[in-house]
Design a protein around this ligand. Sequence first.
Ligand code: COA
Length: 325
Amino acid sequence: MSGSRLLGTGSALPAQVVTNDDLAARVDTSDEWIIERTGIRQRYIAGEGETTATLATAAARAALADAGVDASSIGLIVLATATPDNTFPATATKVQAALGCNGGVAFDVAAVCSGFLYALATADSLLRTGMAKRALVIGAETFSRILDWEDRTTCVLFGDGAGAVVLEAPEAGASDDPSGPGIIATRLHADGAQHDLLYVDGGPSTTQTVGHVRMKGREVFRHAVVNLADVLQEVIEEAGVSVSDVDWVVPHQANARILDATARKLGIAPEKVIVTVHEHANTSAASVPLALDVARKDGRIKSGDLVMLEAMGGGFTWGASLIRL
Ligand code: COA
């Protein structure tokens, strides 16, 4: 049976833009270095009163408006984040309260930069069981609040933001014809042995602090290209399509060089890859739905297109999902 259908997308960014030159005034870096190594030109950083929940709620409202459905029809909210407003309750429950659709299911998933792929697969699975008819799947982050602003190797890479999609359960008896709308195939992976390459050095049960992002960038880069190429190939085989059938790839926006290297490895034409990293930097779990929303709203991604979503993040975790819009 084919999977849940995507009815609409939305996104939200903080008001404040921080350029590479702004960062060069704080740490020993330069616009040239950041652009050459990452493609990033600027990022949005949350200010006072902006939190993961406020960004998530704004993205969710935009997705509901795009889908043309009311919040009261949402029975499930799955929110991916590594930067929740509070240790508990889940930020998803704050979004639920803000939208006024209390009573359904609402929880967060933690898979860092792959979080949206994990959330999408979880929501799709629950919708298929009949747990709810419609879901909001959200990726939202305020990574700026877990960055070490003295560490030039990490603080230049990340930004804040949120993206959301509205999903609807597949109709009973829907065929698995990949030309029909819906999630066609998804694959998720994790490798906990790679913890030390990308992690946060704090947490409630270890240090009782929030901690800061720590990363061995060069090694993360190497694993990312291999893992992403492998999982994309798996999903393509599972779906029974070929690489050339895919209209658009919407990757996690970590680094323009990772996007280029992964596309080259699989023979995907660069013009089919949606790139927003230059504007948003790495917004972790928000980056895939944010890029998807940008490319739908600017008219590139259209109804009927075959779209591949993919991401890799701390854990390591990684995954990909093929969707017919
Ligand atoms: N500005 C200027 N110089 C910097 C710098 C910065 N912001 N950050 C690091 N450097 C320096 C390093 O100190 C090093 O100097 P040295 O040679 O004197 O020791 C030099 O630049 C090269 O550092 P290196 O880490 O080898 O660079 P790199 O080419 O691997 O690029 C990343 C660094 C982080 C951009 C790259 O490794 C990367 O993108 N990795 C993947 C990270 C990622 O996407 N993580 C999230 C995944 S979800």
